[in-house]
Design a protein around this ligand. Structure first.
Ligand SMILES: Cc1cc2nc3c(=O)[nH]c(=O)nc-3n(C[C@H](O)[C@H](O)[C@H](O)COP(=O)(O)O)c2cc1C
Length: 204
């Protein structure tokens, strides 16, 4: 991939994948390692991922997701989750900067206080933030995957079924799924209509 613009244009939602392609764990780890650099509110890193390679579990996820065949052929299906409790880790996240002297004791306390006052007891905000921040991370992951030669498709997640299948605690909100593998290129959908810029952007 030579330029970022080319990468953005080359990313498409895969229609189907070549069956039986193994995706090495170290490659996935490398992609997630770059996805860590996505922005997040207060750097709270709300995104959480569950990578499903197990065939039986993958089929159960597929069943719950209207039987979509590409889940069967994908190398793995990744469940993107957002953590409503991400704010509880703020002291841990900011302690490094405090230790380095990049953040004074007062600034540290103020930061933790403002994070707590935004999130604590505000269930709707916790949920919105979980979804907002995990979505940004997921988009970054898909572009990274494309850059590394992998194809993806973001997919709506059957929330209740996935919660049950993975035994998720209530703080982890299923946000979407990402199927990943090698596009079999048998049936590349024509690029869907995109609104012209002046239809979705207003300049003031
Ligand atoms: C949140 C989300 C959910 C989606 N769910 C599905 C899905 O369940 N099945 C599917 O085939 N594509 C799904 N898509 C892919 C869209 O159909 C696709 O992104 C859109 O048509 C634009 O095509 P492109 O990604 O190739 O540019 C989803 C995309 C997003 C962002």
């Amino acid at each position: 991939m030579s330029t970022f613009s080319e990468l953005v244009q080359a990313r498409r939602s895969a229609n189907n994948f070549i069956e039986g392609v193994n995706i090495p764990q170290n490659e996935l780890e490398e992609m997630f390692s770059l996805a860590r650099l996505a922005p997040s509110t207060y750097n709270l890193q709300h995104a959480h991922y569950k990578v499903v390679a197990d065939k039986d579990l993958k089929e159960k996820v597929r069943e719950a997701a209207y039987g979509q065949y590409k889940i069967h052929t994908a190398s793995v299906v990744i469940i993107v989750l957002g953590d409503k409790n991400a704010y509880l880790k703020a002291p841990e996240i900011y302690s490094g900067l405090k230790l380095l002297g990049a953040l004074s004791e007062d600034d540290f306390d103020r930061t933790i206080e403002s994070i707590n006052s935004a999130y604590s007891g505000n269930d709707a905000f916790q949920r919105e933030e979980a979804i907002r921040n995990a979505s940004l991370s997921a988009m970054q992951f898909m572009l990274i995957a494309k850059d590394k030669g992998w194809d993806t498709c973001p997919m709506s997640v059957p929330e209740a079924a996935v919660k049950e299948l993975l035994g998720l605690p209530d703080n982890l909100i299923p946000v979407m799924m990402i199927t990943i593998g090698k596009d079999n290129k048998h049936k590349i959908r024509p690029r869907g209509y995109r609104k012209p810029v002046n239809e979705f952007v207003e300049f003031f």
